[in-house]
Design a protein around this ligand. Structure first.
Ligand SMILES: NC(=O)C1=CN([C@@H]2O[C@H](COP(=O)(O)OP(=O)(O)OC[C@H]3O[C@@H](n4cnc5c(N)ncnc54)[C@H](O)[C@@H]3O)[C@@H](O)[C@H]2O)C=CC1
Ligand SMILES: CC(=O)C(C)=O
Length: 256
């Protein structure tokens, strides 16, 4: 049985890119996502390329489902080695107009979903007895908050705090906990942000994009400092003693 990497939100975007990248490093990939169409497709593509992969339909906001995900993936694919809390959502609205339900849902997915992933992975790592790697999706917006993204930025600042606290608690069990903080990565999530922002700010999408930070790649183009590469580095032997870090990735890389 292989070493398993569970990646949430791996049905598209950054999570999908991370799935391909970690598969190249020999991990069996649990493609976990709420989307019943995309997760099986990604898992199938991985298998067609000769990698071990399985799709799991899960809502990361459901704590029991996240624990079940770990149990099932380990039973199917082998010992857990890596858990990437990548799944997330965003919405754009002025803070005074932000809908309470939408705020709660975003925090349930982004912040509490990461909490459940850390808990489930850490419990499994402790049972297995030889450490593990937990990597969380924070964001540039969790280092420098953006207007119109109050709930999202709050969730990403929170994820950085979760990362630091968990890292301090789990280091004794050789479990590292780190976060990647990408700038702009051209995914459906980012496209939706830009479109709504440009509407609210009256900017054309082109003008809005011109205001963006350096766009970085999803890893398939192999551009430097791409996000999938950062996730793979956090999992590599050279990062065995790196923990509690939030790595800002916006074309360059700097710890925060
Ligand atoms: N795209 C960007 O510019 C940046 C993205 N990020 C973060 O990176 C992560 C991935 O973002 P993208 O790939 O851009 O997003 P995306 O929207 O393209 O993909 C997110 C995936 O997560 C899944 N998902 C959403 N809610 C879920 C839930 N409750 N349970 C399970 N799966 C769920 C979606 O089905 C989708 O497949 C997110 O946490 C996002 O906040 C951070 C900084 C920049
Ligand atoms: C979506 C997101 O976190 C950014 C920085 O664009």
């Amino acid at each position: 049985m292989s070493k398993t990497a569970i990646i949430t939100g791996a049905g598209q975007g950054i999570g999908e890119a991370a799935a391909y990248r970690l598969a190249q490093d020999g991990f069996a990939i649990a493609v976990a996502d709420i989307n019943e169409k995309t997760a099986p497709k990604v898992a199938q593509n991985l298998r067609e390329q000769g990698y071990q992969a399985q799709a799991y339909i899960v809502d990361v906001a459901d704590r029991d489902a996240v624990f079940d995900l770990v149990d099932q993936a380990v039973a199917d694919l082998g010992k857990l080695a890596v858990f990437v809390n990548n799944a997330g959502e965003a919405f754009i609205d002025p803070i005074i107009d932000s809908d309470p339900e939408q705020i709660s849902h975003l925090l349930d997915v982004n912040l509490k979903g990461t909490f459940w992933g850390i808990q489930a992975a850490a419990k499994r790592f402790k049972q297995q007895g030889n450490g593990g790697r937990i990597i969380n999706a924070a964001s540039l917006a969790g280092v420098e908050a953006s207007a119109l993204q109050s709930a999202y930025s709050a969730s990403k600042f929170g994820i950085r705090g979760l990362t630091q606290s968990a890292a301090k608690e789990l280091a004794a069990d050789q479990i590292t906990v780190n976060a990647y903080n990408p700038g702009i990565v051209r995914t459906p999530l980012r496209d939706a942000i830009d479109e709504k922002t440009s509407k609210l700010k009256g900017l054309s999408v082109a003008e809005q994009q011109a205001n963006c930070l350096t766009e970085i790649g999803l890893g398939r183009e192999g551009v430097p400092a791409d996000v999938a590469e950062v996730i793979a580095w956090f999992v590599s032997p050279s990062a065995a003693y790196i923990t509690g870090q939030s790595l800002l990735v916006d074309g360059g890389m700097k710890f925060h």
